[in-house]
Design a protein around this ligand. Structure first.
Ligand code: ADP
Ligand code: MG
Ligand code: MG
Ligand code: MG
Length: 401
């Protein structure tokens, strides 16, 4: 008999009290469901007396966004908790600590990061995060290198990848990102004012050819353990701290997908600042900051990844073959550009959007931002395989503006 059922706040409190070493037996705990997602419950539990707190995230067996009609495996809660633990091991301090995982309830109990803000929200407010590029590039370099055949021997890698077979969540990505935006689909969701752009996406075979290559790689290239959903809504920040949350889409896939996700979301914010900056000077300054951040994310990632390769590559052929590292980094940059483009396009015409753009109240400014994001996104997809430097990636951005 399955013990699984969605918890209510009283049950969440009872579980929290039963955890050894957290709360006093007599504590009067407060509990609030704070989830903003469509797939999970998130309980915030605090002891107002001592200030001790924790987060309980429970997977739901369906996607809320379409009622209960879209079933989703609860195994993703295990995948998320194991991904968080692996990421903490490889990139300490850059994810919330997992205190406990309960497989029957698909429940992860973890560190409360309420003193951080969701980066997407912060960027909409015009905040800057000077340590973000340094932190996220370490997260990316360490997690990707040490779960790839460069940093892990082939047998261990295959054994590890068996724990991250994630068909239901991969299918969401395969459909929503690498299919729906390029065809008539009931999942698509865009405003009538940009129907011409949506039609153009459906008719552009040169674009489809690039999307097909990226989709095929996503389906077949188990390069490294990805976070799988590394948008700015999955990043908690303060000026001095960065924590990646919500790796329920984790699986072994192409590295450029994670790096591209970060870059895409910085660029969606760039487009959104059609509205979020009060005046032109402020807008230009914020956008320059975002482009600098994109450059730093890639440049720092590349130097850290190459340093790990030079010092810790476990594969003789990969280590000793002159030119292989350079060729690998070039391919990775190209994948990154292409995936960034796909991530931007789906946020404008696909099912799930981003607040950077959707929350713009003025329809004219919102449409300008949507068109800009689509121009940048399609440029990145179409030119991705030609770029050789991050500067050329940003060239595509500036041409898209
Ligand atoms: P989903 O997979 O449903 O998107 P998330 O893991 O992104 O769930 O969490 C949804 C929201 O819950 C986050 O945006 C954040 O507001 C809150 N949350 C999640 N994890 C934590 C945490 N460790 N500390 C504080 N708040 C959290
Ligand atoms: Mg969410
Ligand atoms: Mg999620
Ligand atoms: Mg989330």
């Amino acid at each position: 008999m399955s013990l699984y059922h969605p918890l209510n706040e009283q049950e969440a409190i009872a579980i929290a009290k039963s955890l050894p070493g957290f709360f006093d037996a007599h504590a009067e705990l407060a509990c609030r469901e704070i989830g903003d997602g469509n797939l999970n419950l998130v309980f915030h539990i605090t002891d107002p007396e001592s200030g001790t707190s924790l987060i309980m995230k429970q997977a739901l067996p369906y996607a809320k966004v379409v009622g209960e009609s879209w079933p989703l495996s609860l195994d993703r809660a295990r995948i998320e908790s194991e991904a968080l633990r692996k990421q903490e091991e490889l990139a300490p301090g850059l994810v919330p600590k997992v205190y406990h995982y309960d497989g029957d309830l698909a429940l992860t109990i973890m560190e409360d990061l309420s003193d951080h803000v969701i980066m997407r929200r912060g960027l909409m407010d015009g905040s800057r995060y000077p340590e973000f590029a340094a932190h996220i590039s370490t997260f990316l370099a360490n997690t990707l290198f040490y779960t790839s055949d460069l940093g892990l021997n082939q047998q261990e890698k295959k054994r590890l990848s068996g724990r991250f077979i994630n068909p239901d969540l991969c299918k969401i990505t395969e459909d929503l990102i690498f299919d729906d935006p390029y065809t008539e689909s009931s999942n698509n969701n865009y405003e009538a004012s940009i129907a011409d752009c949506a039609a153009a996406l459906r008719e552009d075979n040169a674009l489809h050819l690039e999307v097909a290559r990226l989709r095929a790689k996503f389906l077949t290239q188990g390069q490294a353990l990805l976070h799988g959903d590394l948008h700015t809504g999955s990043v908690f920040v303060t000026p001095g701290s960065t924590k990646a949350i919500d790796p329920e889409f984790a699986y072994f896939g192409p590295m450029g997908y994670d790096i591209g996700a970060v870059i895409a979301n910085l660029l969606l914010n760039y487009a959104g600042h059609e509205h979020w900056s009060a005046d032109e000077r402020e807008r230009a300054a914020h956008r320059a900051y975002l482009l600098d951040t994109v450059t730093s994310v890639w440049t720092l990632f590349e130097s850290k990844f190459r340093a790990l390769w030079d010092a810790h590559c476990v594969d003789r052929l990969f280590r000793q073959t002159r030119g292989y590292q350079d060729a690998y980094m070039q391919d990775l940059l190209r994948d990154t550009a292409g995936y960034a483009g796909c991530k931007m396009v789906r946020r404008i015409v696909g099912l799930a959007h981003v607040a950077d753009i959707d929350a713009i109240p003025d329809a004219t400014a919102r449409e300008r931002a949507q068109r800009m994001a689509l121009r940048i996104g399609t440029d990145l997809i179409k030119n991705g395989r030609q770029v050789g430097t991050i500067g050329q990636v940003l060239q595509a951005v500036q041409e898209g503006v």
